[in-house]
Design a protein around this ligand. Sequence first.
Ligand code: HEC
Ligand code: HEC
Length: 469
Amino acid sequence: MSALKIITLLLGTVSLTAIAATPDDLIGDERAVKQHIAQAELQNFSAKEIIAHGKMLFNAKFTALDGAGRPAATSSEIPVKKDPGISLAMFRTAGPDSNACAGCHNQPGSGGAGEFVVNVFAASGVTNVDFDTLEPQFSNERGTPHLHGSGLVELLAREMSAQLQAIRSKAVEQARTSKASVQVRLTAKGIDFGELSIGADGFIDISKIDGVDHDLIVRPFSQKGVFTSLRQFTINAMNAHHGIQSDERWGTQWTNSDDFDEDGYQHEISSGDLTAISIYQASIQTPVQQLSQNKVLKQAAIEGEQLFNDADCSGCHTQYLPLKSLLFSEPGPYNAAGNLRPSDGQPSYQYPISAEGLSQDAQGNWLIPIFSDLKRHVIADSDKPHFANERLSQRFIAIDEFMSAKLWGVGSTAPFGHRGDVSTLMEVILHHGGEASASRLKFEAMTDLERRKIVEFLKSLQLTLAEVK
Ligand code: HEC
Ligand code: HEC
């Protein structure tokens, strides 16, 4: 066993009573993170140890001694300087806004959702601001979603991206060999993402792509659907919320500086750490349906599921997306530069996600009960303007477009809506406009009891606190 492994076991994951000799420099040590793991060292640890390291990082209340704080850097996803000393060390709007990931993702436990008080004022695409106002022209205010099952979410998106890009390659090849234009539907896992036309000259017409980025990468994270991987999200969040910069994004290769934020600390989080915290999130158990013990409520939820389909809610909140493989490899294949990529030459780490609670279809695909198509839709209009409450177009996506909320777990994650400003399921359903209008009208046309049965069904989609085996 390496010395590193022994230290990690002693400090984090196993038992302090096992410590034979405690080094003196641990006395009074106020770092939250006592040990970092390099990507190349991950193979020396069991999956359980890596998840424990990732969980420790997710729950850690980072201190200045860990490199928390960013006096000379903004919350921007790309390294952007600010004048050191012009703002407070912690700042509820522009950040750093919290000490721990689990400070917000905390209901019903670590990795869960958060209520309104832990909303985020996301302006990470905006560069040089220390806004001290909640006015929507400065930031998009978002509620905190849960991360249960998020490894499966990323795997679904990876497989869908591969499928869409394969359709594109094949169509380009066909146009080239036939020297004629080709039209294809972009369909992945039964979800339609519009149309692609390839001209005889090889020109690709992207104007009819629908609900996914033009590079055909399905980005399943954030309520806008603009982030590719748990790793990318974590790198952004570490900087924005905590002022912890990863070398992957803020290191010398990109910034010519090993202390871009000028807080006096270098190498604040390693690639191995980021893999571990991504694997931890990927391992959080899948939400499951929990029917009430009460016979009447149980029956209502069962009928509510059918009514949910009758109202075409499942047109966007697709109950099951089929997944070929549960093997989660980190880093993932669609990361952009500034996040570790498979081509960067570091060993990748493979983690098989548990199949517990999942069923399979006749082809052997795992049926992931996500209740989302992982596609963006226009969800507001002049009759139903509630969801068009943002003013900053994130990544040039229209302000009234959001990704279909993943409804697994929704029975445990009040309040609702991307801003977390709606207290009941009934109300959030009635706010659906835009592409969801026809479905909402069907919902409104149902009897009051039928509508409440749909709500009873949604209440049964819950998060559990079971530990990952
Ligand atoms: C101050 C509260 C807060 C803190 C701290 C926080 N988050 Fe979040 N998290 C949010 C909010 C709000 C969103 C929704 C963002 C959006 O939709 O744009 C989110 C979204 C996410 C998502 C995307 C989930 C999905 O399904 O779309 C991941 C992954 C995530 N957070 C991981 C982390 C990690 C890892 C940390 C710590 C490094 C962290 N978060 C710290 C509030 C927080
Ligand atoms: C056209 C696609 C579409 C249809 C159809 C649709 N939804 Fe949604 N739904 C969305 C989107 C997009 C969101 C995210 C809205 C937001 O917060 O910006 C959402 C959000 C929700 C939420 C809130 C989730 C949360 O965590 O806050 C619930 C509940 C919900 N939908 C239920 C339903 C029900 C019930 C129906 C059928 C009556 C339905 N939806 C029909 C796209 C759709």
